[in-house]
Write a protein that binds this ligand. Structure first.
Ligand SMILES: [Zn+2]
Length: 311
């Protein structure tokens, strides 16, 4: 049996693009705050999972929803199970797009959208590969199962739940991001830092740090940061030194006085956590600026603990 694979792909190119775009239209960002039993990670994430499972069902694959957080699409026969691990959740789009991040616009022959490379495009490509093999009627010696996760970008609870209920594949691969293969990635560490009560010391309590906020996910370089400081004196010198800091570092930012509180905002450039060099971390820049101010003990210790990162 000889199959011209390129021809088979070309024949399905239009429908492949249409299905990929439909999947891209779904804003499948983690939304636990509004989660329900039917959609624990939010409506968007669930809709993206359903979209894939419905597609599989329509094409006569065996499909299964596992606890509304993962699912699979399967065909083939045999004892061994080949797993193709994909995910349909995406990180928040962030700011600074020149196109609608969920429209799936094609520009210069490239499809542009949030999640098109990670992992909706590769998911759909792997699905179509399964579809072509199935429709060609090739005999299979293994079962082939696409396993679809919905929490890959955050805490991987989708696979944890999935494998509590389902069998572990004999072998497998994960079509995610660049084609044809990524054979290794650098290590990743996500961590929370907690200060023990009473452990902070030092700093003059001239200015009290009220809030500091930056970043939406662990695996994104934050493109914005905001800090609020309580003060009862004239803020002019603080604003001036903020302006100087922004100029020195070629950054954008702003400040405003709001009922006795001074708010600093700083803009950075977002990028995927695996390529921090492509971004400018707004949180770290703002923290760096704040170490130059006479903050209260908590604020002072917090930002000085970042110091090793600045240098
Ligand atoms: Zn991914």
């Amino acid at each position: 049996m000889s199959i011209n694979w390129t021809e088979e792909v070309e024949k399905r190119k239009q429908s492949f693009l249409e299905h990929t775009k439909k999947l891209l239209h779904i804003r499948s960002v983690l939304d636990e705050e509004n989660g329900t039993k039917e959609a624990p990670f939010g409506e968007g994430v669930r809709a993206a999972l359903d979209f894939m499972l419905e597609l599989g069902e329509k094409d006569s694959f065996t499909t299964k929803n596992v606890e509304n957080v993962a699912g699979h699409i399967e065909f083939g026969e045999g004892e061994d199970l080949l797993g193709i691990l994909c995910h349909v959740d995406v990180v928040p789009e962030g700011d600074g797009w020149s196109v609608d991040p969920y429209a799936g616009e094609i520009r210069d022959g490239k499809l542009i959208a949030r999640g098109v490379l990670d992992d909706k495009g590769p998911t759909m490509a792997a699905y179509y590969a399964m579809k072509i093999v199935k429709e060609s009627g090739l005999p299979l010696s293994k079962r082939v199962r696409m396993i679809i996760g919905t929490d890959e970008e955050s805490e991987w609870r989708c696979v944890d739940t999935y494998f509590k209920h389902e069998e572990m594949p004999t072998l497998g691969f994960a079509p995610d991001a660049d084609f044809p293969i990524i054979y290794a990635e650098k290590g990743l560490t996500d961590f929370d830092i907690r200060f023990k009560e009473g452990s902070v010391q030092g700093g003059q309590a001239e200015l009290k740090l009220v809030t500091f906020q930056s970043g939406l996910r662990y695996n994104m370089v934050p493109d914005a940061a905001e800090a609020t400081i309580d003060l009862d004196s004239d803020p002019t010198y603080l604003c001036q030194s903020f302006d100087e800091f922004l100029k020195e570092n070629e950054l954008e930012g702003s400040y405003l006085m709001d009922s006795g509180r001074l708010v600093f905002r700083l803009k950075g450039i977002s990028s995927h956590g695996m390529e921090p060099r492509n971004g400018r971390n707004a949180g770290l820049y703002l923290a760096q600026f704040l170490t130059t101010l006479p903050l209260d003990a908590e604020g002072n210790d917090l930002f000085h603990s970042f110091q090793s990162i600045f240098t």
